[in-house]
Write a protein that binds this ligand. Structure first.
Ligand SMILES: C[S@@+](CC[C@H](N)C(=O)[O-])C[C@H]1O[C@@H](n2cnc3c(N)ncnc32)[C@H](O)[C@@H]1O
Length: 501
């Protein structure tokens, strides 16, 4: 680390306004949006038309383009060319500076507010690099954004958080907003170098990096918050199949995922929580989601959410493309064959991809909620929703049906009702409840449940509402209750109904 150089770099980036807003102002919103799709040409074209420090830094550090040294000297008045070389940002070749790393603004919004960081990482597809180096350090991608959005919001910072497999350290930066201290681990020394650079570049203290595999660097330690976007990609362990450190943990199948989830119980505090991304295999007749739910053991509540399931062919294609091998490439048939051989040999029929939220079950029977959620989810609500849903699961476990009848519930403010009926029909054929937040669920309900949700305004207990609805519908109350109460529980669990504290 060269702290003085990093501070000088931060000053230069700020002076040039190499921010999301600054880039939009320079190249236009469409070209800026294209950067997110790894399309550089429109931004390059616009930047070349508006020379200046921001244009030079955009081309060099965002796009990875070689730039004239005199331009870069002007764009880095505090750091200077020598400082940029010392930091490993560029290599000099005559009058040209060739970028060696990317530095890009990353905007975020969470429960505490919004902001932006500069994130340094290896040059990638946006800079025309393919295939990536085997020790490539990822920049901020969709997976990191998703994981960041799953973090539980906290009113007051917790003591200590763990980012397992930190890469460039972006999740550690997010965790630091919710924790006084963050331990960021990785097997890659290069990754830890980027994580340290990024913390300093953004003026964030309290992040300690540790080298080592999985939980080894934190043996015997517990954390109030654990987050990991682990190297979960399933890769055939066969000579000649490239492995990428950023996505491949070197185990067979989903064994690394299983190890990470199994390790949580020994490393989360009694009131702590964990959020992971992962992949799980359906193998030998056992559903991947069931296997993932069992990895944590008996002491943890686990909520595993499968967002997508791919067959082996599509899975192989996805990760071959990610590694820079396209179906038209000569090597594609051999590599795809290796992936399919591996899946076939182990009886894998599908690979699920999704999220895991876990926390100690505190002496109760642990929650095992395993579900497939394929609809679009507004990620800004996801972290708060997972936290609330785990709280609700714990509360529901303590409430029998008699107690539930005594409870006053209130419909969540984001819930709307849609009624569909055939033209000319006297009443609705379908009543649908939709939630704007949560996991963006919608579900069909019958008249009784729609009436109960509609009447749940925080005034009368469920038992009173059930009796009134039974009277209106002219059905036996106990029969109605037996039908409706389990569904009321599910509506609480999924955030359509809230219980008042
Ligand atoms: C998918 S990347 C995630 C990086 C970053 N946290 C993010 O979300 O963008 C996985 C990271 O795990 C690291 N890694 C690979 N094997 C590991 C292991 N056995 N133990 C800990 N980290 C590992 C890789 O070097 C890589 O930085």
């Amino acid at each position: 680390m060269h702290p003085a150089h990093i501070d000088a770099l931060a000053r230069d980036l700020a002076t040039a306004s190499l921010t999301g807003e600054g880039i939009r102002a320079l190249v236009g919103a469409d070209a800026e949006a294209a950067l997110g799709r790894a399309v550089a040409a429109p931004a390059r074209r616009a930047a070349l038309r508006s020379p200046g420090a921001r244009s030079t830094l955009l081309r060099a550090l965002v796009l990875g383009d070689p730039v004239p040294t005199d331009e870069l000297t002007d764009a880095l008045p505090s750091l200077g060319l020598d400082g940029a070389v010392a930091l490993g940002l560029i290599a000099l070749a005559g009058d040209t500076a060739r970028p060696l790393v990317a530095i890009r603004p990353h905007a975020y919004r969470d429960a505490l507010g919004e902001g932006e960081w500069w994130i340094a990482s290896d040059l990638d597809e946006l800079a025309g690099i393919a295939p990536l180096r085997s020790d490539h350090v990822l920049g901020v991608g969709g997976a990191a954004r998703t994981l960041a959005s799953l973090l539980p919001p906290t009113d007051a910072p917790v003591d200590v958080a763990l980012d397992l497999g930190t890469g460039c350290g972006v999740i550690a930066l997010h965790l630091r907003r919710f924790a006084d201290r963050v331990i960021a681990t990785d097997v890659s020394e290069r990754a830890l170098g980027f994580a340290e650079l990024n913390a300093r570049l953004n003026g964030v203290d309290g992040i300690e990096t540790r080298l080592g595999s999985l939980f080894e660097p934190v043996a015997g330690e517990r954390f109030d918050l654990i987050a990991s976007n682990p190297p979960f990609v399933i890769t055939p362990r066969e000579p000649g199949v490239p492995a990428f450190e950023y996505r491949d943990g070197g185990r067979t199948g989903d064994a690394l995922m299983a190890e990470v989830v199994a390790g949580l119980a020994d490393h989360v505090t009694a009131a702590g929580e964990a959020r992971l991304l992962g992949n799980w295999e359906s193998v030998g007749g056992a559903e991947g989601l069931d296997r993932a739910g069992a990895w944590a053991g008996d002491g943890l509540d686990v909520w595993a959410i499968e967002r997508e399931s791919l067959d082996p062919v599509r899975y192989a294609e996805l990760w071959l493309r990610d590694g820079g091998t396209l179906p038209r490439d000569d090597d594609f048939p051999r590599l795809a064959g290796a992936w399919l051989d591996d899946f076939e040999a182990r009886g894998v029929t599908a690979i699920g991809m999704g999220w895991i939220a876990a926390r100690p079950a505190a002496g109760r029977a642990p929650l095992r909620r395993l579900e497939r959620v394929s609809q679009a989810v507004a990620l800004e609500h996801a972290g708060a929703h997972l936290r609330a849903a785990l709280d609700d699961a714990a509360w529901l476990a303590t409430v029998d049906d008699d107690a539930l009848r005594e409870t006053v519930l209130v419909a969540s403010p984001d819930v709307t009702e849609a009624r569909h009926q055939l033209p000319g029909a006297g009443g609705p054929n379908v009543i649908e409840l939709r939630q704007g937040g949560g996991l963006g669920r919608s579900l069909s309900v019958d008249t009784a449940l729609a009436a109960l949700v509609g009447a749940s305004d925080g005034d009368l207990p469920i038992g009173t509402l059930l009796a009134a609805i039974a009277g209106l519908l002219e059905v036996d109350e106990p029969v109605l209750a037996a039908d409706v109460l389990p569904r009321v529980r599910e509506l609480v669990q999924t955030g359509f109904l809230r219980h008042l504290p």
